[in-house]
Design a protein around this ligand. Structure first.
Ligand code: PLP
Length: 488
């Protein structure tokens, strides 16, 4: 396996900040990635010069770090083929199952390896609502008795009561739905994976927005699909561009987040919704409408999902309990035709035999408290958004953004060619951000980053202050490495 300098830089960036001289921080970061198996044995590393450029470091620093790892027998230099990771068999080495998936994007690293030793602005996960432990603690013995007596525990389609509940919610919302059109999944992420494996073949073409949800990009990439992207603006996906792509070469699937988009927080405008729904109908293309964030709309009620605007049987709607309630429930769903849902349910059965019935029972009670949950989430998000935009206005006045309509993150434009380079720089100031390229299939968004606002206020203030210090140093071209005080 051959790593480019940018891939390696991205992996190092997400593995977090460290104290000490730079060459030591670099050798420690590389050592950790090698020992975790994320840089597997025999991998070829980029040249010292390329890595130095990607990390905004001097070449001498990279030379020193590679030298240390060669002395430890973790790296070797082979004539004509550059620097390689030595073969396996070293004590402490273990291959992680996820290493293949993480290369080049490294999306799950922080979730796999625990909290980062730095202020983590690279994730925009939402905190659990207080309502969740309250409702979970209220589950009665009688309910458990009914659950355990009535079901052996393997229910690939999900609890009938929850499926009926969700079907009724769709029907009320203008999308007539029956329980057999709902498949409960272990989060919206599993919904995406099932759809990817059930509907796509290697080489199929998929159209997404740029930027978009990186978990979707990963699923499509792992399935070896070709991803083409269209831009999105204040009104969501540019459906006119989708139409152009359809006349060039129709894709097999369009992935869109119509109702609160991650990372921009936008909502697809009514006119574009209708147009996209009609396109799906006319071209018989699978449209995946990922509405996982719909419950985080800060004002107003969510518009009708695309499935309610079209007679196409190829529109699959994804939902989730993660954003409104808690991602730890690991509960999502797919709404589609009964036939498609049956097929996906078979695959779900082969994957994990079903989602936790206890989580589903909790979900039924949580849905009873939907208005409370929405009011709390809206208030928290509106406050967080006001706080973050206030801090950015004060400390980073040349950074710009469009006000999101929901979600938990601001999509921020930074006046530089390469947020990737700035992100490497910022980590030395004790704050990890993700460059916009992580959210785009074709690296077109390297002048953006995603900043979370569902954060405790002290962490938000400290993080923005660190970013402002980093930006001062970076923007003035002070590439020399400061001695960092990460004590805010
Ligand atoms: C757009 C989108 N879809 C799906 C998911 C996955 O959510 P879940 O926690 O339900 O798997 C996320 C999580 O961030 C998301 O932002």
């Amino acid at each position: 396996m051959r790593f480019t300098a940018d891939q390696l830089a991205g992996m190092l960036l997400e593995s977090g900040a460290r104290p000490g001289p730079l060459h030591r921080r670099l050798s420690e970061g590389l050592r950790e990635l090698i020992d975790l198996g994320e840089i597997p044995p025999e991998s070829v590393l980029p040249s010292e010069r390329a890595l130095a450029n990607a990390l905004s470091l001097s070449r001498t620093t990279v030379v020193a770090a590679y030298h240390t790892l060669r002395q430890e027998d973790r790296l070797e230099r082979r004539q004509g083929s550059g620097t390689r990771v030595t073969g396996s068999g070293r004590p402490g080495h273990r291959e992680t199952v996820s290493s293949r998936a993480l290369v080049g994007d490294h999306a799950g690293a922080q979730f796999l390896h625990g909290p980062l030793p730095t202020m983590d602005f690279s994730t925009a996960a939402l905190p659990c609502l207080d309502l969740v432990p309250e409702v979970a603690a209220g589950l009665t013995r009688a309910e458990y008795d009914i659950l355990t007596a009535g079901y052996h525990g393997y229910q690939p389609r999900g609890l009938p009561a929850l499926r009926e509940r969700l079907a009724a919610a769709y029907s009320q919302h203008g999308v007539p739905t029956t329980a057999d059109q709902i498949l409960i999944t272990s989060g919206a992420q599993q919904a995406l994976e099932l759809i990817t494996h059930g509907c796509l073949q290697p080489g199929d073409s998929v159209v997404t927005e740029a930027p978009t949800y990186r978990g979707a990009l990963e699923a499509f990439r792992l399935a070896n699909c070709r991803i083409r992207s269209v831009p999105c603006d204040d009104n969501g996906m540019d459906v006119e561009r989708v139409e152009d792509l359809l006349t060039e070469r129709p894709p097999r699937l369009i992935y869109v987040q119509s109702t609160v988009h991650n990372p921009t927080g936008m909502v697809l405008a009514d006119g574009r919704r209708c147009r996209l729904a009609r396109l799906a109908e006319r071209h018989q293309i699978i449209v995946v409408d990922d509405t996982a964030l719909a419950g985080t709309l800060i004002e107003g009620s969510p518009p009708t999902p695309l499935a309610g605007l079209s007679t196409s049987e190829r529109i699959l709607t994804i939902g989730s309990m993660s954003k409104l309630f808690w991602s730890g429930l690991r509960l999502g769903w797919i709404r589609g035709t009964a036939q498609v849902v049956s097929r996906l349910a078979q695959m779900k059965g082969m994957t994990d035999l079903g989602t936790s019935l206890v989580s589903q029972q909790i979900a039924i009670h949580l849905l009873d408290r939907l208005p409370d949950a929405q009011a709390t989430r809206r208030r928290e998000l509106a406050e967080g958004l006001a706080a973050l935009t206030g801090l950015l206005g004060e400390h980073l006045p040349d950074w710009t953004w469009r006000t999101p309509r929901g979600g938990a993150s601001l999509w921020v434009r930074i006046p530089t060619d390469s947020v990737t380079n700035f992100a490497h720089f910022a980590v030395r100031f004790g704050v990890a951000i993700l460059p916009g390229t992580a959210f785009s299939p074709d690296s077109v968004t390297d002048d953006h980053t995603r900043l979370p606002y569902a954060l405790p206020r002290t962490a938000m203030v400290a993080g923005v202050q660190r970013l402002a210090r980093a930006w001062d140093g970076y923007a003035e071209g002070h590439r020399a490495i400061p001695t960092v005080a990460v004590t805010t």
